[in-house]
Design a protein around this ligand. Structure first.
Ligand code: CA
Ligand code: CA
Length: 390
């Protein structure tokens, strides 16, 4: 009897805790989430489970991809209070749905092995027309890195195929590459190679440059038998960096052989071609935290943040999974000068001072008013970052 009262109390207590976590329109984010001075973080959606990537439609509809349930939700703020209360299922039946882009009235989206486009004709938030551009199996599926981005530039479709494992040697397959296609899904062409896991591709505004963030590999130094001890692994904790890359045609970005600024991984140092591999590697345009796991990013082009943010990159780091101390779990700004990155500042930190994970950012997306939306698939929330300080 006493035991069941104990269990009942736990259930009630958990329910109270969960209720406290459910926030409503315009509410401030949890106080343990640290926000840069002059900025405010509010909750704009908290009814969608595990939101991943975000895309704003031209009419202000927010599209959210949910790979687990195979849906894209369309969200609207009908009453204009900043909270997206009106949620519809735009498409379903697409397990692993992930990357999205908007092009000529259609929302283009990916599954792990396919690309589609859909549109809502009657304005109810549910797609009425859907077309398959690259059918299932037209791209390699699954593996450890199954997330696919989609980008359209100059009448070509771009997507990237990540490594099936951590440092799998599969350069002679379709993996570790960015591929481009004609708009009907034919005309497949290699664009760049040596990628590990790039989940989003974007064009830098005002240019034809394709940029993306690549996840650095794990267990660097494992060769030195470090990985037996999670309590002390100084080499792999800090290496190799995650990357912001400017992807150019025929460029090689090193994976799995070369990391950071042309550094061979220990596993491959004895390869006879290692010097050639290092030489031909394009190093990251910006090297960032090891194991921080950059998923989404966006170039800032709004006028809500201070003027010097214009053209800079805002990133969403999902955070480390195998570091001896957690790191990442943040949104940063990578500063650009004349089109090249030169510094990085933390804007939102989802790791509390006590090391508790208060959120795992997946994507950032700018809204028409210049504020920034941030998705968190761990606490199932979408936030808005707004500049308030003058
Ligand atoms: Ca609203
Ligand atoms: Ca419709």
């Amino acid at each position: 009897m006493r035991f069941s009262i104990f269990i009942f109390s736990i259930i009630i207590f958990s329910w109270i805790l969960a209720s406290c976590e459910n926030q409503t329109a315009g509410e401030q984010a949890n106080a343990f989430i640290k926000v840069r001075d002059g900025y405010q973080l509010t909750v704009v959606q908290d009814s969608i489970r595990n939101p991943r990537f975000l895309k704003m439609g031209p009419d202000g509809t927010l599209y959210v991809s949910l790979p687990g349930s195979g849906e894209i939700k369309s969200c609207r703020d009908e009453d204009g209070d900043g909270y997206y209360e009106n949620v519809a299922t735009f498409v379903n039946g697409h397990p692993t749905v992930h990357g999205m882009t908007w092009h000529e009235d259609w929302l283009w989206f990916t599954e792990t092995g396919a690309i589609f486009r859909a549109r809502d004709v009657d304005g109810d938030g549910v797609a009425d027309e859907k077309e398959t551009i690259i059918p299932d199996g037209g791209l390699p599926k699954g593996g450890g890195h199954w997330w696919r981005p989609v980008l359209i530039l100059n009448n070509r479709i771009y997507t990237s195929i990540g490594c099936s494992g951590n440092i799998t040697e599969e350069g002679d397959t379709e993996r570790l590459k960015i591929w481009s296609f004609s708009m009907d899904g034919s005309g497949k062409k290699l664009f760049a190679s040596g990628l590990r896991n790039t989940e989003k591709l974007l064009v830098r505004p005002g240019t034809d440059e394709i940029w993306g963030m690549d996840h650095g590999s794990d267990w660097f130094g494992g060769h030195l038998e470090e990985k037996d001890s999670l309590s002390g692994q100084p080499i792999t904790d800090y290496n190799p960096p995650c990357e912001l890359n400017h992807y150019v045609e025929d460029g090689f970005y090193g994976h799995p052989y070369i990391v950071g600024n042309k550094i061979p991984r220990y596993e491959y140092m004895d390869r006879p071609d290692i010097v050639e591999l290092a030489k031909k590697t394009t190093p990251p345009a910006w090297s960032t935290g090891a194991h921080w796991a950059p998923n989404g990013f966006t170039f800032y082009t709004g006028d809500q943040f201070p003027e010097d943010c214009m053209g800079d990159v805002f990133t969403a780091y999902h955070g480390s999974w195998n570091r001896s101390e957690k790191s990442g779990y943040c949104v940063t700004r990578i500063l650009f000068d004349e089109g090249r990155p030169f510094g990085e500042l933390k804007y939102v930190n989802f790791l509390s001072e006590g090391g508790e994970v208060m959120g795992r950012p997946v994507d950032v997306e700018m809204t028409a008013d210049g504020s920034m939306l941030i998705s968190d698939d761990f606490k199932s929330k979408i936030y808005r970052l707004t500049y308030t300080g003058k």
